[in-house]
Design a protein around this ligand. Sequence first.
Ligand SMILES: *Cc1c(COP(=O)(O)O)cnc(C)c1O
Length: 394
Amino acid sequence: MNVPLLDLGPQVKSLRSEILEAVTDVIDSTRYILGPKVVSFEEEVAAYCQSDFGVGVSSGTDALVMTLMSLDIGPGDMVITTPYTFFATMGAVLRVGAKPVFVDIEEKSFNMDPEELERALGQQRRNGGRVKAIIPVHLFGQCADMSRIMPLADEYDVCVVEDAAQAIGACCPMTDADGTIQWQKAGSMGLAGCFSFFPSKNLGGIGDGGMVTTSDADFVDILRSCRNHGAKPKYYHARVGGNFRIDPVQAAVLTIKLRHLEDWHSKRHENSQTYRTLFKDAGLLDSPVVVPEERFATVSGAENHHHHIYNQFVIRVPDRDALKTYLQQHSIGSEVYYPLCLHQQKCVREYNGQNFPVAEKAAQESLALPVYPELTREQLSFVVETIAKFYTSG
Ligand SMILES: *Cc1c(COP(=O)(O)O)cnc(C)c1O
């Protein structure tokens, strides 16, 4: 049996004629830059993400870069984020000339630890550090603990840019002042949310694409002008932006896929539950295989919301690299997200000597298993059986 980490084939197959028609429409329309397909897609994504506005961009990376540029973040400024995320989160901060400040993650969720955030904010305030933004990353499809991060950001008067590239549609429980819980979508809690439509994300295009969401009517104007070289009006540049535009072809394809997104989330979640049961039945649960905890599963109302959209299903195991090789030998795809923390990357040598033990441990132990919607029960069983064989045959 063959179980790839991700197979986009079934999705394309089922939507092929619809997609071809939509792409043909774009071609025949001769509207190749922005235009009505992009506008309607932006409106649909914004509505889906509980935000007032969406600004379609060229990639998730550009969503981050453009948002930081629009906030006038640059040299001398600091941006707090996590060392355990895809490179683009840090890359965006470095590219605008600002300095990333890292805070460690929670062991159980892989996401930014609010206590560490509070410590870092306090330390920077004492040192006179100019912290301009916090970028929590909703890693693997589950939101960071925004209910604790947002009040800290308010207290320290720092704006929040959510890296929601892996978490479109994920819901986060936010507690009101009177104690009631509001489930809010990823990207709707901070000033802006940054999304990616890279093909392997839950909502993936047929190429690169991204979106910035916001509910701030002034900020959306800045974002839109930044997307087009900072022009406002055309050929008049009060600021420097770039070409960060999404293609209407991507908008057309993604509009079709968006209609299926909730269903795909449900199937990924079902697969994760099946894994849990199978690992338990095989006697592997907790030792040696630690299955990710769902951070918000016990919050009231959790059963009615996609609180984890499982862009990745990531387990923690001993002998991770050997297991990965073994799975490969048995035609099972897996991947390490991420083998090296950001503070350990060569391009930021000045962070050498800093330690983020929880993130570093995660980088040693974590392994993503196939979880895409169309996987069969047999394929999931085969993955768990093969892992069981690896650990029993020594
Ligand atoms: C995918 C991803 C990005 C970048 O998105 P691209 O569309 O690939 O540029 C940024 N941050 C995180 C956490 C991601 O997973």
